[in-house]
Write a protein that binds this ligand. Structure first.
Ligand SMILES: C[S@@+](CC[C@H](N)C(=O)[O-])C[C@H]1O[C@@H](n2cnc3c(N)ncnc32)[C@H](O)[C@@H]1O
Length: 199
Protein backbone atom coordinates (compact mmCIF):
# COMPACT_ATOMS: atom_id res chain seq x y z
CA UNK A 1 0.00 0.00 0.00
CA UNK A 2 1.23 3.50 -0.88
CA UNK A 3 1.52 6.15 1.87
CA UNK A 4 1.40 3.45 4.52
CA UNK A 5 2.36 5.06 7.84
CA UNK A 6 1.52 2.00 9.96
CA UNK A 7 5.14 0.92 10.30
CA UNK A 8 6.28 4.33 11.58
CA UNK A 9 3.21 5.20 13.68
CA UNK A 10 4.76 3.92 16.93
CA UNK A 11 7.79 6.22 16.71
CA UNK A 12 6.50 8.97 14.41
CA UNK A 13 6.25 11.61 17.16
CA UNK A 14 9.73 10.76 18.40
CA UNK A 15 11.38 11.18 14.97
CA UNK A 16 9.49 14.43 14.50
CA UNK A 17 10.67 15.67 17.89
CA UNK A 18 14.30 14.71 17.18
CA UNK A 19 14.31 16.33 13.74
CA UNK A 20 12.26 19.49 14.40
CA UNK A 21 11.62 19.81 18.15
CA UNK A 22 8.15 21.19 18.71
CA UNK A 23 7.99 23.18 15.46
CA UNK A 24 5.72 20.89 13.45
CA UNK A 25 3.11 20.80 16.21
CA UNK A 26 3.38 24.58 16.61
CA UNK A 27 2.91 25.09 12.87
CA UNK A 28 -0.05 22.68 12.70
CA UNK A 29 -1.73 24.40 15.64
CA UNK A 30 -0.93 28.00 14.69
CA UNK A 31 -4.30 29.00 13.17
CA UNK A 32 -6.52 26.66 15.12
CA UNK A 33 -7.52 29.45 17.50
CA UNK A 34 -9.49 30.81 14.52
CA UNK A 35 -11.86 27.83 14.51
CA UNK A 36 -15.36 29.08 15.26
CA UNK A 37 -17.31 27.73 18.22
CA UNK A 38 -19.65 24.87 17.36
CA UNK A 39 -18.28 24.67 13.84
CA UNK A 40 -17.78 21.48 11.83
CA UNK A 41 -14.20 20.55 10.99
CA UNK A 42 -12.50 17.87 8.90
CA UNK A 43 -8.92 16.90 9.83
CA UNK A 44 -7.10 15.06 7.04
CA UNK A 45 -4.10 12.82 7.75
CA UNK A 46 -4.14 13.89 11.38
CA UNK A 47 -1.61 11.24 12.41
CA UNK A 48 -1.07 10.36 16.07
CA UNK A 49 -3.58 12.96 17.28
CA UNK A 50 -1.45 15.66 18.95
CA UNK A 51 -3.34 18.26 16.97
CA UNK A 52 -6.50 17.42 18.89
CA UNK A 53 -5.02 19.20 21.94
CA UNK A 54 -5.52 22.47 20.03
CA UNK A 55 -9.10 21.92 18.82
CA UNK A 56 -11.80 23.32 21.10
CA UNK A 57 -14.07 20.76 22.75
CA UNK A 58 -17.20 22.42 21.37
CA UNK A 59 -16.07 21.73 17.80
CA UNK A 60 -17.45 18.79 15.85
CA UNK A 61 -14.57 16.91 14.22
CA UNK A 62 -14.31 14.25 11.53
CA UNK A 63 -10.77 12.87 11.85
CA UNK A 64 -9.58 10.90 8.84
CA UNK A 65 -6.37 8.94 8.45
CA UNK A 66 -5.33 6.09 6.21
CA UNK A 67 -3.28 4.38 8.92
CA UNK A 68 -5.06 2.09 11.36
CA UNK A 69 -2.31 2.59 13.94
CA UNK A 70 -2.39 6.37 13.65
CA UNK A 71 -6.17 6.29 14.17
CA UNK A 72 -5.88 4.03 17.18
CA UNK A 73 -3.30 6.36 18.81
CA UNK A 74 -5.35 9.47 17.98
CA UNK A 75 -8.51 8.03 19.47
CA UNK A 76 -6.76 7.82 22.86
CA UNK A 77 -6.53 11.65 22.99
CA UNK A 78 -10.19 12.54 23.11
CA UNK A 79 -13.37 11.05 21.79
CA UNK A 80 -16.16 13.48 22.56
CA UNK A 81 -17.53 15.16 19.42
CA UNK A 82 -14.93 13.35 17.28
CA UNK A 83 -15.64 10.76 14.61
CA UNK A 84 -12.50 8.78 13.77
CA UNK A 85 -12.49 7.46 10.22
CA UNK A 86 -9.89 5.10 8.81
CA UNK A 87 -9.69 5.43 5.07
CA UNK A 88 -8.14 6.84 1.95
CA UNK A 89 -9.29 10.40 1.34
CA UNK A 90 -8.93 9.86 -2.40
CA UNK A 91 -11.58 7.15 -2.26
CA UNK A 92 -13.80 8.16 0.66
CA UNK A 93 -17.28 9.59 0.35
CA UNK A 94 -17.58 12.12 3.15
CA UNK A 95 -20.65 14.17 3.84
CA UNK A 96 -19.90 17.86 3.89
CA UNK A 97 -20.24 20.72 4.14
CA UNK A 98 -17.45 21.53 6.62
CA UNK A 99 -16.68 25.01 7.93
CA UNK A 100 -12.95 24.24 7.97
CA UNK A 101 -10.69 21.55 6.53
CA UNK A 102 -7.28 21.08 8.21
CA UNK A 103 -4.30 19.48 6.45
CA UNK A 104 -1.40 19.11 8.92
CA UNK A 105 1.61 17.86 6.94
CA UNK A 106 -0.80 15.84 4.83
CA UNK A 107 -0.56 17.33 1.33
CA UNK A 108 3.17 16.60 1.00
CA UNK A 109 2.57 12.85 0.67
CA UNK A 110 0.85 13.20 -2.72
CA UNK A 111 2.23 13.37 -6.24
CA UNK A 112 1.12 16.41 -8.25
CA UNK A 113 -1.88 14.68 -9.92
CA UNK A 114 -3.29 13.36 -6.65
CA UNK A 115 -2.61 16.68 -4.93
CA UNK A 116 -4.91 18.33 -7.50
CA UNK A 117 -7.56 15.64 -6.90
CA UNK A 118 -7.31 16.08 -3.12
CA UNK A 119 -7.74 19.85 -3.43
CA UNK A 120 -10.75 19.60 -5.70
CA UNK A 121 -12.34 17.15 -3.24
CA UNK A 122 -11.67 19.55 -0.37
CA UNK A 123 -13.25 22.36 -2.37
CA UNK A 124 -16.41 20.30 -2.82
CA UNK A 125 -16.58 19.46 0.90
CA UNK A 126 -16.17 23.04 2.16
CA UNK A 127 -19.09 25.38 2.65
CA UNK A 128 -18.96 28.63 0.64
CA UNK A 129 -16.41 30.98 2.23
CA UNK A 130 -15.10 28.09 4.34
CA UNK A 131 -11.50 27.79 5.49
CA UNK A 132 -8.61 25.56 4.58
CA UNK A 133 -5.75 25.40 7.10
CA UNK A 134 -2.52 23.92 5.76
CA UNK A 135 0.81 23.39 7.47
CA UNK A 136 3.67 21.87 5.52
CA UNK A 137 7.18 22.16 4.13
CA UNK A 138 8.26 24.44 1.31
CA UNK A 139 11.31 24.83 -0.89
CA UNK A 140 13.51 27.68 0.28
CA UNK A 141 16.28 27.33 -2.30
CA UNK A 142 18.83 26.74 0.48
CA UNK A 143 21.14 23.77 0.05
CA UNK A 144 20.70 22.67 3.69
CA UNK A 145 16.90 22.55 3.32
CA UNK A 146 17.16 20.73 -0.03
CA UNK A 147 19.22 18.01 1.64
CA UNK A 148 16.84 17.77 4.59
CA UNK A 149 13.81 17.43 2.31
CA UNK A 150 15.63 14.84 0.18
CA UNK A 151 16.47 12.76 3.30
CA UNK A 152 12.93 13.01 4.64
CA UNK A 153 11.45 11.77 1.36
CA UNK A 154 14.03 9.01 1.17
CA UNK A 155 13.16 7.87 4.70
CA UNK A 156 9.40 7.84 4.09
CA UNK A 157 9.78 6.26 0.65
CA UNK A 158 11.59 3.35 2.31
CA UNK A 159 9.40 2.99 5.42
CA UNK A 160 6.00 4.24 4.20
CA UNK A 161 6.10 3.72 0.41
CA UNK A 162 5.41 7.40 -0.05
CA UNK A 163 3.82 7.96 -3.47
CA UNK A 164 5.50 11.32 -3.91
CA UNK A 165 9.18 11.39 -4.88
CA UNK A 166 9.61 15.06 -4.16
CA UNK A 167 7.97 17.90 -2.27
CA UNK A 168 5.22 19.27 -4.55
CA UNK A 169 4.62 22.98 -4.85
CA UNK A 170 1.75 22.99 -2.37
CA UNK A 171 0.94 26.70 -2.05
CA UNK A 172 0.83 27.44 -5.78
CA UNK A 173 -1.32 24.34 -6.41
CA UNK A 174 -3.77 25.48 -3.72
CA UNK A 175 -4.05 28.95 -5.29
CA UNK A 176 -4.52 27.41 -8.74
CA UNK A 177 -7.42 25.39 -7.36
CA UNK A 178 -9.48 28.41 -6.41
CA UNK A 179 -8.42 29.27 -2.83
CA UNK A 180 -7.18 32.66 -1.68
CA UNK A 181 -4.62 33.14 1.06
CA UNK A 182 -5.99 34.84 4.16
CA UNK A 183 -2.98 34.72 6.51
CA UNK A 184 0.35 32.95 6.86
CA UNK A 185 3.20 32.28 9.21
CA UNK A 186 6.64 30.78 8.57
CA UNK A 187 8.82 28.67 10.85
CA UNK A 188 12.42 27.45 10.67
CA UNK A 189 13.55 30.29 8.41
CA UNK A 190 10.79 29.61 5.89
CA UNK A 191 11.18 25.84 5.58
CA UNK A 192 7.82 25.26 7.27
CA UNK A 193 4.63 27.22 6.72
CA UNK A 194 1.22 27.51 8.20
CA UNK A 195 -1.34 29.06 5.85
CA UNK A 196 -5.02 29.77 6.13
CA UNK A 197 -7.11 30.06 2.95
CA UNK A 198 -10.72 30.80 2.00
CA UNK A 199 -12.53 29.17 -0.88
C1 LIG B 1 3.32 13.09 7.13
S1 LIG B 1 2.10 12.32 8.11
C2 LIG B 1 1.51 13.68 9.08
C3 LIG B 1 0.86 13.26 10.36
C4 LIG B 1 0.36 14.39 11.26
N1 LIG B 1 -0.61 15.21 10.60
C5 LIG B 1 1.50 15.22 11.78
O1 LIG B 1 1.58 16.41 11.43
O2 LIG B 1 2.29 14.70 12.57
C6 LIG B 1 0.83 12.08 6.92
C7 LIG B 1 -0.42 11.41 7.49
O3 LIG B 1 -1.36 11.31 6.42
C8 LIG B 1 -1.94 10.02 6.40
N2 LIG B 1 -2.32 9.73 4.99
C9 LIG B 1 -1.50 9.52 3.95
N3 LIG B 1 -2.18 9.32 2.81
C10 LIG B 1 -3.49 9.41 3.15
C11 LIG B 1 -4.71 9.29 2.43
N4 LIG B 1 -4.71 9.02 1.11
N5 LIG B 1 -5.88 9.44 3.09
C12 LIG B 1 -5.89 9.70 4.44
N6 LIG B 1 -4.76 9.82 5.18
C13 LIG B 1 -3.58 9.67 4.55
C14 LIG B 1 -0.86 9.11 6.94
O4 LIG B 1 -1.36 7.91 7.46
C15 LIG B 1 -0.19 9.98 7.99
O5 LIG B 1 -0.79 9.84 9.25
Amino acid sequence: MKNDFNKVAGFYDLIQQIAFGNTLVKAAAYFLNKLEKNSRVLILGGGTGKILNYVGEDIEVDYLDLSKRMISQASAYRSEKIVFIRGDFLEMQLSGPYDTVICPFFLDVFCQDNLETVLSKILMLLRPNGRLVVSDFRHTGKKRDRILIFLMYLFFRVFSHLESRNLPSIHSTILKNGFRLEDRRFFRKGLIFSHIYRN
